[in-house]
Design a protein around this ligand. Structure first.
Ligand code: HPA
Length: 246
């Protein structure tokens, strides 16, 4: 699997419907089990490794995901490049519902998650540089895939990672906006930090599934979010199939 790009699917991409299943590898790590077996798949002629972040049937909420096992598992199979898919709320006007965004920065508001491989248990310690949390080369690859598929992608944006699973208050979103956030989600961290600690190239493709709290006169409902996911994830899959084959 080592020459393949791995895709970590998020909400709305727990199973990759329409993909041909090639093989499956259960993953046990020093940190416990990954969210699901790692699956080698083929979609529209492109091969990749797929890991549903929330597990099969979306059983792990964002704060209960074993991010360390997921990243360790990918690394242990020799994977060196990871594209994450994240469903997010939109804050910046360019990040309206249905928009696809390739973020370039993260602010971490999550807490209480196992967030590092350097937890002091084995005497190893490194302070990795996370100034640029996403790999520029992988970001360019996704952006080029969007261009060749005729799909508009927003190039850059600050992803605010909240704890969840509840959505935010309107005042919290105003605070995130003042902090410079363009998107809000619950899963970019500690995933991106762990990927850097493990030496993996990592980038994300975000689907905006709702206006963030207080930015629309309508309440946020799971029904409305599901409708955006149903159409948007098809486009996400198409862009990623091209990105992983490039
Ligand atoms: N907030 C946090 N996470 C999310 C949202 C949101 O509005 N939408 C999808 N994931």
């Amino acid at each position: 699997m080592s020459d393949l790009i791995a895709i970590i699917g998020g909400t709305g991409l727990c199973d990759w419907q329409g993909a041909e299943h090639i093989s499956s590898e259960p993953i046990e790590t020093p940190y416990g089990e990954a969210s699901a077996p790692l699956r080698r798949m083929r979609y529209q002629g492109s091969e990749f490794v797929f890991l549903p972040r929330h597990g099969d049937g979306h059983k792990f909420p964002p704060h209960k995901i074993n991010y360390r096992a997921n990243i360790w598992g990918l690394k242990s199979l020799g994977i060196s490049q990871v594209i994450a898919v994240n469903a997010v709320g939109g804050i910046h006007p360019d990040c309206g519902t249905g928009a696809l965004v390739v973020p370039d920065q993260i602010i971490d508001y999550s807490y209480g998650r196992e967030h590092t491989f350097y937890d002091g248990s084995d005497g190893r310690l490194d302070h990795v540089d996370l100034g640029e949390p996403y790999s520029m080369a992988l970001r360019r690859r996704i952006l080029a895939a969007g261009q060749s598929e005729g799909v508009a992608l927003v190039d850059g944006g600050v992803y605010a990672c909240t704890q969840g699973p509840r959505l935010e208050t309107a005042a919290e979103i105003q605070r995130l906006k003042r902090d410079g956030a363009d998107l809000v989600g619950m899963t970019a961290m500690p995933e991106a930090g762990l990927a850097r600690e493990a030496g993996l190239d990592y980038a994300s493709l975000c689907l905006v599934v709702n206006p963030a709290a207080g930015l629309s006169s309508e309440p946020i409902t799971m029904d409305d979010i599901q409708k955006v996911i149903d159409s948007g994830m098809q486009t996400v899959k198409q862009v990623l199939a091209t990105a992983v084959s490039a």
